[in-house]
Design a binder for this molecule. Structure first.
Ligand code: C5P
Ligand code: MG
Length: 289
């Protein structure tokens, strides 16, 4: 059905369920499908040649527009809060206030750096960001078959939009909800717009009435892509879900987190920097028969 599912990076707890879901989504057809995806470390790469790739926040943190002192403070925040974010032994309730603290402190630091709207394109061009291998096929296929793609990101919207724009895949079927920068009249960053989206509030609470999903109420098949346990609730605003296939990238602390990921995601992709499996499934679903 989907040869890519034989890759050594693929782990599935309930194979029959996955086969059933993929078949059901294919039967419903592309006109009933929507894709809901996280951005950082899901559409973008986690690592390359043993080095970590940046998140949309890190792209700003590491850029030439941030002072040395600002860089150090942002790095200290990352080293303190990232292990908490991915700790499998803490509950989401425990993590939530700490994530709000991290995002708030990072956004305050960034807002002191006099970042200009006009610098964003260059900051992205000079960064080490990479989209996962196969991103072209993913965006092209969804565009070709008019499948809406909703990117729900706790990263920085202005940065991630620029990444997909520079990759020439920001098609009209792509819709982004994320943290956006608020610039003053002279184009200097003054703060971030609310609501604040962090890893563990990606749900209705920040989608406000989910107007986007309401207009897609006939798209009852969903493919959800994420890399965090917080990404699992991204489709919660969709009114009438019939089939949802959850695909999770397990990038970091693979051994410690495997059990929880296998329980939560239908398909787990371990240290897989490609979109091969997603593309294979979409090819099968969208293929005209
Ligand atoms: O949900 P999404 O993958 O878009 O979340 C953004 C990612 O950005 C988180 O996984 C987090 O580790 C990272 N982050 C960061 N710097 C911050 C806040 C979050 O790199 N200041
Ligand atoms: Mg992510």
């Amino acid at each position: 059905m989907v040869p890519e599912l034989q890759k050594s990076t693929v782990r599935i707890q309930q194979p029959e369920r996955v086969v059933g879901l993929i078949r059901a989504i294919k039967e419903q057809g592309g006109s009933k499908l929507q894709v809901i995806s996280d951005f950082d470390m899901t559409l973008s790469r986690f690592g390359c040649n043993g080095r970590r790739c940046p998140t949309s926040h890190n792209i700003l943190d590491n850029s030439h527009v941030v002072s040395e002192d600002g860089k150090k403070k942002l790095k200290d925040l990352l080293h303190h809060y990232y292990p908490i974010e991915i700790d499998p032994n803490r509950t989401l309730e425990e993590k939530r206030p700490l994530m709000v603290e991290w995002w708030t402190r990072a956004h305050e630091l960034l807002s002191q750096q006099k970042i200009q709207k006009g610098d964003i394109a260059q900051i992205v061009r000079e960064s080490d960001v990479m989209l996962r291998d196969g991103f072209n096929e993913l965006f092209d296929q969804l565009h070709k078959y008019n499948v809406p793609m909703f990117i729900f990101s706790a990263g920085v919207g202005d940065i991630l939009e620029e990444i997909i724009r520079q990759a020439n895949v920001f098609y009209p079927n792509v819709h982004v909800v994320s943290n956006y920068m608020d610039f003053d009249d002279s184009g200097v960053l003054k703060c971030f717009k609310s609501p604040l989206i962090h890893t563990y509030n990606k749900n209705n609470s920040v989608l406000q009435g989910t107007a986007y999903f309401q207009q897609l109420s006939t798209r009852t098949s969903i493919i959800l892509l994420g890399d965090s346990m917080g990404d699992l609730t991204m489709a919660d605003g969709v009114p009438s879900v019939e089939n949802i296939l959850k695909i999770g990238f397990l990038n970091d602390k693979v051994e410690e987190r495997r059990g929880k990921y296998l329980d939560a995601y239908d398909i787990v992709l371990e240290s897989d920097e490609t979109l091969d499996v997603v593309n294979g499934i979409l090819r099968y679903i969208l293929m005209e028969t």
